[in-house]
Design a protein around this ligand. Structure first.
Ligand code: ZN
Length: 302
């Protein structure tokens, strides 16, 4: 976290994650568990309110509550640039129970690197580097294509766990690219521009500071090209990665959302809680969930 002090927003995010959602929880608990839609003042009951009127009143109150919840989540999701239908689904779930908020709180308790948005609009400091990188070594359940691969410890452990499960299914995962420094990313982007031209480079390679690989939690499986989609690893990961806390960052058909073309080989470790959160509320699209978290935290810092 020392290095991150250069990025003024990050310590604030951590502070907000700890404090502000609790305040919102209080509001929601007040709404959900208050009896305004059910009970009547004692005087009215004592006066013998007609049954038909008594039945109508709670319904009115419920409609008010429903409108409040719907309005709030539609506003929140539109702030985050997330499709209307997802706001509707979350609002509907919130009318049943506050599970979404509880799960969000758990997600925010994870390391900042599990949920920090790093994309074309949101960069890391160019000299940022993770403080708990460990080497990926041969001898475990996965293969490596080179000896200098590193991931954050939690991501490396989750990779081993996932690779063991894949191996049990007869699928051998091979790691081809992991942590990359900002300087290394600059070299790669320059090479991409020289090789493919600027337009294509922008679609498949991040500018320095903007790569998830700099977080130490992103991994490219072998081969790092379209042929990966035809390997047994591709469907296995699609079906199983989120159980181990891994999430595909650049899914097919979402280039306008993520900024990158389909990269079936690129996964980011986000932790089990966030991976399930993404699948449950954001149709499996990591970018939407991270945009939501970013908007949630920005809103709280106003
Ligand atoms: Zn990648």
């Amino acid at each position: 976290m020392k290095i991150l002090k250069k990025a003024s927003t990050i310590p604030l995010l951590v502070k907000i994650a700890a404090v502000v959602p609790v305040a919102l929880l209080v509001v929601f608990f007040a709404v959900f568990f208050s009896n305004t839609g059910v009970e009547f003042p004692a005087g009215i009951h004592a006066g013998g309110l007609p049954v038909t009127v008594a039945a109508a009143l709670p319904q009115t109150a419920d409609l008010d509550r429903q409108a409040f919840v719907e309005d709030f989540w539609h506003w929140m999701f539109s702030e985050a640039g997330i499709p209307e239908r997802m706001a509707h689904n979350v609002a509907a779930s919130m009318l049943e129970s506050p599970a979404f908020i509880m799960e969000l709180l758990v997600v925010l308790q994870g390391g900042y690197y599990t949920h920090l948005l790093v994309d074309k609009q949101h960069a890391l400091p160019i000299d940022y580097s993770p403080d708990d990188l460990v080497p990926l070594t041969a001898g475990g359940s996965f293969r490596i294509t080179r000896n200098d691969l590193q991931l954050r410890r939690s991501a490396a452990e989750a990779l081993e766990e996932m690779a063991a499960a894949a191996a049990a299914d007869g699928v051998i995962l091979t790691a081809a690219s992991a942590y990359r420094s900002g300087a290394r990313q600059a070299e790669i982007f320059a090479w991409q521009v020289r090789t493919f031209g600027l337009e294509m480079a922008e679609r498949q390679s991040a500018r320095p500071g903007h790569s998830q690989h700099q977080l130490g939690t992103a991994l490219d499986f072998y081969p790092i090209n379209d042929a990966f989609a035809d390997t047994p690893s591709a469907p296995w990961l699609v079906a199983n990665a989120s159980r181990f806390g891994w999430s595909m960052s650049y899914p097919d058909g979402y280039e306008e959302v993520t900024g990158y073309r389909f990269e079936p080989w690129h996964y980011r470790y986000v932790g089990r809680d966030l991976a399930i959160f993404i699948d449950t509320y954001f149709e499996g699209i990591q970018q939407f969930a991270l945009q939501f978290i970013q908007a949630w935290q920005e809103r709280d810092s106003l």
